[in-house]
Write a protein that binds this ligand. Structure first.
Ligand code: XIL
Length: 334
């Protein structure tokens, strides 16, 4: 039988995967149960999908994922309670279309967090409470989101307090991407330092881990893990994938790599990158309390068509036929 990620890492950390309702039947469901010990709803618990209108919640997809997890003995990470994306306009406006006040928005945020965290209390062990509150490029510490504009910087601590009140046992995470970029890492570090100093109930930092075969380096990754651990926080890799395209380079050059072919060279580099990442994760097992992949297999990944329309990516450990790739063997054999 094929070895499994969950078996190989049982003395280290749970290995999770982002899923939607479409993954819960057929060959993908089998692969999830065989390989992973945790799931994260890819979209189903975000504000837009779960709370499309005031006082109307759509629980169906989120319930299906949590039920599937329970039935199969998988842990669940909740994702995400407060984010600038996939959040409906109604949240920030009143019935006449006018922007709501700080108090109204705080009330809505509290009500939302109470309802969602409360519904799954005891069944979700960790929540991404605030997602991507720090911008990449600008000098600003805080992303200029509607939450920030209307409430001010304390929307972040409020979100953590509401989540903690709704489920005191859940581990609460601040989650972000590009955390190996030193300028952004510094900003996130200072934000978390401030929160922990104020005794805000934040327990961990999620490094999304949307990486590539060129990035991060071992040193960049270790710096992140060590620095956040220094605040007494757990670290989880929450959205791991290793694109075969050079992300940072493309961003800087503002020019996509013009290929959709998985070359033997890419396969080799991807295997080496995944080995390096998991070597590092194992080494930091006292700090690192979870690693979650963002999607099941290369058959469909959110990186198909993103950031480059029409371009296929191959960022995961299972191929388009759900078979283990070379990188999989690099990760399970150590
Ligand atoms: C992505 C999903 O994978 C897509 O299906 C959706 O269209 C957009 O969001 N950072 C996050 C995740 O925190 O929620 C995002 O998920 C990927 C980037």
């Amino acid at each position: 039988a094929t070895p499994s990620l969950k078996e190989a890492y049982k003395n280290y950390f749970p290995v999770g995967v982002a899923v939607g309702p479409r993954n819960l039947t057929g060959p993908e469901a089998d692969l999830i149960v065989q390989q992973f010990s945790s799931v994260t709803p890819e979209n189903a618990m975000k504000m837009g999908p779960i709370h499309p209108e005031e006082n109307r919640y759509l629980w169906r997809d989120a319930d299906a994922i949590v039920d599937f997890a329970q039935k199969n003995g998988l842990k669940v990470r909740g994702h995400t309670l407060c984010w600038h994306n996939q959040t409906p306009r109604w949240f920030f406006t009143d019935s006449t279309g006018k922007q709501v006040s700080r108090d109204v928005l705080l009330g809505r945020l509290k009500q939302h967090i109470d309802a969602v965290v409360g519904r799954y209390k005891g069944r979700i062990y960790a929540w991404d409470v605030v997602n991507e509150a720090v911008p990449d490029t600008s000098e600003a510490v805080y992303r200029q989101s509607k939450f920030y504009e209307i409430i001010g910087e304390d929307y972040i601590e409020k979100a953590f307090e509401y989540a903690h009140a709704a489920d005191p046992d859940a581990k609460l995470f601040y989650n972000d991407y590009n955390t190996e970029n030193s300028a952004k890492r510094e900003k996130i570090y200072r934000l978390l330092k401030k929160l922990t100093a104020k005794k805000v109930p934040v327990h961990g930092v999620g490094l999304q881990g949307h990486w590539s075969i060129y990035e991060p380096t071992r040193q960049e990754l270790e710096t992140s893990i060590r620095q956040f651990a220094g605040l007494g926080l757990q670290v989880q890799i929450t959205e791991l994938d290793v694109s075969v395209y050079p992300k940072e380079h493309e961003r800087r050059a503002k020019k996509p790599t013009d290929t959709s072919q998985l070359t033997p060279e890419m396969v080799k580099q991807q295997t080496a990158q995944y080995k390096m990442l998991f070597d590092t994760f194992r080494k930091h097992k006292r700090t690192l309390t979870g690693v979650t992949f963002w999607n099941v297999s290369d058959k469909t990944t959110w990186l198909d068509n993103f950031p480059v329309p029409g371009r296929k990516d191959y960022p995961l450990l299972f191929d388009q036929n759900y078979q283990p790739k070379e990188a999989f063997w690099g990760v399970v054999k150590f």
